[in-house]
Write a protein that binds this ligand. Structure first.
Ligand code: GA4
Length: 331
């Protein structure tokens, strides 16, 4: 007899086709792995990786720092500096009035920036704090590069480093974000459209603008991804593993073969969720256009070339849930 799959991981569409979040075991044989990475990026723009190389202590130390920071008073947290764009933020997301039921720390991953920020975020132990952040960033960057190399291999791109090189550049604009979603009590207000059953929107629907996002959370759920058929799939939390999301820039680099995944977070009514995301990005002056292997006479480039700075500017001029790639499409 076959054991039933957990409903949160596997749903059935009306035509009874099973849809589920792909899990990729990084200890598998390489040629098989690269095919699986490409398939997951094409079908979902999202997958889970197990047997990764990020040490447990590197993760737990960052989790402890996050817990310590968010347990401070509101006054102390605001002393970390406002999130415009880096520092501490509460409820406000971006500059155009988007709100969520969360608080967060948003950091640039440049070591000098981390060292400066640590002085205001962890006043009593800035050096320890910056080491913990740097160690985490280094470890997840390595994981990101491994995944990007597998993707390039699976796409038969001649230079397998062509994607990973972009984020390894010393001027990379990669970010680290720690989100804390305090539990939100049940509301009696059945008329408020922002309330979904018992949940409120922790972080509204959007895609990430960068190349790849590496997400890890504590054992509290809330993340949902949208399938290409518009179905919202709940993502079961797994504190020991990472989830990988394709961002808009990777969609462009693959000429639309990979899709950036739309996702959102609903709050929990009893338990706090904490998640940490590494957003792997190019340097600001980097031109983003499809890899030459992805463009053929039958498959011309879908996008006009643009720099990462131009794309960021467009993203920050729009609302969180807006689709930003449309304005860069060749018609
Ligand atoms: C989504 C992904 C990252 O969290 C982020 C977000 C950024 C912000 O919170 O300041 C943005 C959002 C994100 C996309 C559109 C713009 C920018 C808020 C917003 C309305 C840090 C990022 O790089 O883009």
């Amino acid at each position: 007899m076959v054991a039933p799959s957990p409903t949160s991981m596997m749903l059935r569409t009306k035509k009874t086709k099973a849809v589920g979040i792909p899990t990729i075991d990084l200890s598998m044989e390489r040629s098989q792995l690269s095919e699986l990475v490409v398939k997951a990026c094409e079908e979902y723009g999202f997958f889970k990786v197990v047997n990764h190389c990020v040490p447990k202590e590197v993760i737990s130390r960052l989790e402890e720092e996050g817990t310590e920071f968010f347990s401070k008073t509101s006054f102390e947290k605001h002393q970390a500096g406002t999130s415009t764009p880096f520092g501490y933020g509460c409820k406000n997301i971006g500059p155009n009035g988007d709100m969520g039921d969360l608080e967060y720390l948003l950091l640039h991953t440049n070591p000098n920036s981390i060292s400066e920020r640590s002085k205001t975020i962890a006043k009593d132990h800035p050096i320890k704090f910056s080491c913990i952040i740097n160690d985490y960033v280094e470890a997840v960057k390595e994981l990101t590069c491994e995944i990007l190399e597998l993707a390039a291999e699976g796409l038969w791109v001649p230079d397998k480093s062509s994607l990973s090189n972009i984020i390894q550049d010393v001027h990379s604009d990669s970010l680290l974000r720690i989100n804390h979603y305090p539990p939100v009590k049940k509301s009696n207000d059945n008329w408020d459209p922002s309330k979904l059953q018992n949940n409120t929107i922790g972080f509204g629907e959007h895609s990430d603008p960068q190349i790849l996002t590496i997400l890890r959370s504590n054992n509290v759920g809330g993340l949902q991804i949208s399938t290409q058929h518009g179905l919202w799939l709940p993502v079961p939390p797994d504190p020991n593993e990472f989830y990988v999301m394709v961002g808009d820039a990777l969609q462009v680099l693959t000429n639309g073969r990979f899709v950036s995944v739309r996702h959102r977070v609903l709050t929990n009514t009893t338990k706090p969720r904490m998640s940490m995301m590494y957003f792997a990005a190019p340097p600001l002056n980097w031109w983003i256009s499809p890899l030459s292997k992805m463009v053929t006479a039958h498959n011309p480039s879908l996008y006009k070339p643009f720099t990462w700075a131009q794309y960021k500017q467009a993203a920050y001029a729009l609302r969180l849930g807006d689709t930003r790639l449309d304005q860069f499409m060749r018609i």
